[in-house]
Design a protein around this ligand. Structure first.
Ligand code: NAP
Length: 497
């Protein structure tokens, strides 16, 4: 963490303030002497992580002894109540010792093997991506192989030095822990609790590789949806560029390249938002169709459909993001020079021709179009907010399903009406087919219309009753006789795909 050395130089200020326990504060604000009965914890290393860890441990009521190769140089960077000494001395009394040095320096600790025998070593290290691929055994397993007489526990690697400093409120609260010794795992779990974090038991030390891979992940659930959104954006942008910029240039010699940064982007964003929203509901339709065809819910969906179903939240949020950007771009349109010039030119033309411009149909179309757009964006915002874990967790299954399924479908219908009022009769006008390419909105309507039609079909009693039976466990080829409950609330409560 690049900002930590700066923080470290201000140890008497911010870092000296206790993070949890107020009783340890001196009148001058620095961390006071820890009570003599406080459990003693050792830390090997005096870097960024060791400093944040020591501060938090002291704030949580532990007594800390830090082992450094050069205690004189580093002592000033730690809270005054932490004992900073040579490594040999630091490991002599504590039962639990945090190893806050990098893997390549583990071997430098081998001189301490005798003093460390029988103690718990907490491995907090994180490999780089390259190291993770290079070494087959995890850092924790490597440490355990160097110190066979110690018990190694993997913990705290997912917590950054910054989170340790700022406290669990500002970061991830969960601390995955693994070790081959349940007793050692329990001791470290209690420490994690005392420090305000939440221990998560990950099993034996063999899981350490998985635990060490956790901080290396970069938004794993977002990769495919983001690529999908980018792919759609590039395709629609190219399509709109050909129609709105290239066509006037080639056919009429008009230079409309100024439209590239705003206008073309603003016609592309709603297309992406709309198609993405329909792609949130399409896998549900496909899953229902499969279940109807197979006559059972007990057969696995194909992998691609399974993955698609699992990414619906991310696809929906990206749809909301594009819709919100479209709204902001649209608000900015009147600010553009091009739009002001066009308006003034139109006014001058009117004065010259003494015409009165008021097309009643256009006025109504625009009013309805804008209103439907605002309603659709409002509904999408509700969906986005309820997908936040803190809010989703406060809803029961029925409430969540109502918002995500019913309101989501309402948003799709509103967006379809918004698109239709935008298109109006343009799909039937010959001059709208530039280079024989249909207007962009007609393309975007394809998937959403399929989804809406399929959803409407599933409402027909012949399909809805069969689907409801299947989702409550009925099987076409099953020997068990099945009667659907008459209570429609019970039927509705059945989980849907
Ligand atoms: P750091 O600031 O570079 O500190 C590492 C410490 O290792 C040094 O202070 C030094 O302590 C010791 N050291 C350095 N060179 C050494 C050598 N040649 N031989 C023996 N000891 C040597 O690193 P850090 O950020 O604190 O990270 C320490 C460990 O915590 C790493 O394994 C890292 O993956 C893990 N971690 C860090 C963070 C974070 O946010 N920084 C988060 C999670 C996990 P002395 O000079 O006092 O001996």
């Amino acid at each position: 963490m690049s900002h930590l050395p700066v923080v470290a130089t201000k140890m008497s200020g911010e870092m000296d303030k206790p993070l949890i326990s107020r009783r340890l504060v001196d009148s001058d604000g620095s961390l006071a002497e820890t009570p003599s009965k406080a459990p003693k914890v050792g830390i090997l290393g005096s870097g960024d992580f060791a400093r944040s860890l020591a501060t938090r441990l002291i704030g949580s009521g532990f007594s800390v002894v830090v082992g450094s190769r050069n205690p004189k140089r580093t002592a000033g960077l730690f809270p005054s109540s932490a004992q900073v000494t040579l490594r040999e001395e630091a490991v002599s009394s504590p039962e639990v010792i945090f190893v806050a040095v990098f893997r390549e320096h583990y071997s430098s600790l081998c001189d301490l093997s005798d003093q460390l025998a029988g103690k718990i070593l907490v491995d907090v290290s994180n490999p780089t991506e390259q190291e993770h691929l290079q070494h087959r055994e995890s850092n924790a397993e490597y440490l355990a192989s160097l110190f066979p007489t110690c018990t190694v526990v993997k913990a705290f690697n997912v917590i950054s030095a910054w989170t340790l400093q700022a406290g669990p409120r500002d970061g991830n609260r969960q601390v995955p822990i693994c070790s081959d010794q349940p007793e050692a795992k329990r001791t470290v779990s209690e420490m994690v609790h005392a420090m305000g974090f939440m221990p998560v038991d990950m099993g034996s030390l063999a899981s350490a590789r998985e635990v060490e891979a956790m901080p290396l992940r970069l938004l794993p659930g977002w990769k495919v949806p983001t690529l999908l959104a980018l792919g759609l954006f590039v395709c629609f942008y190219a399509y709109n560029f050909i129609r709105d910029v290239l066509h006037p240039y080639v056919q009429h010699g008009k230079n409309k390249f100024y439209k590239l940064p705003v206008s073309v982007v603003n016609t592309t964003l709603p297309c992406v938002a709309y198609v993405l929203l329909s792609l949130v509901y399409l896998p549900g339709v496909l899953a229902a169709t499969l279940q109807l065809r197979r006559g059972t819910k007990y057969r696995r969906f194909p992998d691609w459909l399974d993955h698609w179903l699992q990414h619906r939240k991310q696809i929906g949020l990206l749809s909301f993001y594009c819709a919100a950007l479209h709204a902001v771009y649209s608000f900015c349109l009147p600010l553009l020079r091009s739009s002001r010039y066009e308006l003034v030119n139109l006014a001058v033309d009117q004065v010259a021709n003494k015409s009165h411009l008021w097309v009643e149909e256009e006025v109504w179309r625009m009013e309805i179009y804008v209103s439907l757009g605002v309603l659709a964006l409002g509904t999408l915002s509700l969906l986005a907010v309820t997908s936040l874990p803190s809010i989703a967790n406060s809803l029961n299954w029925r409430e969540f399903s109502f918002v995500q399924s019913t309101l989501g479908f309402v948003a799709l219908v509103l967006t379809t009406l918004h698109t239709l009022t935008y298109g109006w009769t343009r799909a039937f006008e010959e001059n709208r087919y530039k280079f024989y390419l249909p207007p962009t909105f007609t393309l975007t309507l394809l998937v959403p219309c399929v989804v809406i039609l399929a959803k409407a079909l599933f409402l027909l009693p012949c399909f809805s009753r069969r689907l409801a039976k299947i989702r409550r466990g009925w099987e076409k080829d099953g020997a068990i006789k099945f009667v659907l409950p008459t209570d429609h609330i019970l039927v509705e409560k059945t989980s849907h795909v």
